[in-house]
Design a binder for this molecule. Structure first.
Ligand code: PRP
Ligand code: URA
Length: 209
């Protein structure tokens, strides 16, 4: 599907299966999400531009590749986005971070924003939006609209699981924004949950149910 990358690396798929299992503990779920996020970051940053820097190794001078441009921004949709964010920061420790507090109303499935804090200069940075679940796509789309208002132009979205309905809605609402996911599941149920899915990502991550 155009604009959507399913990261089908065996390690990702193995860890995702463990995360889906309802017997997996909160600690296990958190650790697995952190591990998968490293592999997803590897894919979403694959096309970052490089420039050359002159350095000296202990043996001789050389021209070596180094990332070009300003530091990346990871934009985490609270709460569950933070489960992906932690691992991403392990891999890119100098990245800037935006926090976007959004929850979806359980009845209407409409997104409600309660917090927004981002670096000021988003316009010339790559912004990677992270949230494990793309269900109706309302939350992701609301977060991205807010980032666009604040000047973000080069935006990518990373999740763990997506519903086919969510992908379709996202691609209509946010054309041109690439999506990276570990899996596209079967469908959204009447309560807006991804099936077979993994349940409520925030609750499983933080043990709140
Ligand atoms: C979950 C998830 C996404 C959203 C996805 O968050 O982390 O943000 O639902 O659903 P959508 O695509 O239909 O908008 P939730 O609203 O449960 O908030 P929480 O992370 O605070 O638990
Ligand atoms: N949010 C979740 O945490 N899980 C779903 O299946 C859908 C939305």
């Amino acid at each position: 599907m155009e604009g959507v990358t399913v990261v089908d690396h065996p390690l990702v798929q193995h860890k995702l299966t463990l995360m889906r299992d309802k017997e997996t503990s909160t600690a296990g779920f958190r650790q697995l999400l952190r591990e998968i996020s490293l592999l997803l970051t590897y894919e979403v940053t694959r096309d970052l531009k490089l420039t050359a820097r002159r350095i000296e190794t202990p043996l001789e001078a050389m021209t070596a590749p180094i990332l070009e441009g300003k530091k990346l921004v990871f934009a985490s949709i609270l709460r569950a986005g933070n489960g992906l964010l932690e691992g991403m920061l392990d891999l890119v420790p100098s990245a800037r971070v935006a926090h976007i507090g959004i929850y979806r109303d359980p009845q209407t499935l409409e997104p409600h924003e309660y917090f927004f804090k981002a670096p000021h200069d988003l316009s010339d940075r790559v912004v990677i939006v992270v949230d494990p679940m793309l269900a109706t796509a309302n939350s992701a789309s609301a977060a991205i609209e807010k980032l666009k208002e604040r000047g973000a132009k080069d935006i990518r979205f990373v999740c763990l699981l997506a519903a086919p309905e969510g992908i379709e809605r996202f691609r209509k609402a946010q054309p041109g924004i690439p999506v990276f996911t570990a899996a596209i599941d079967d469908y959204l149920n009447d309560h807006g949950y991804i099936v077979p899915g993994l349940g409520d990502a925030g609750d499983r991550l933080y043990g709140t149910k």
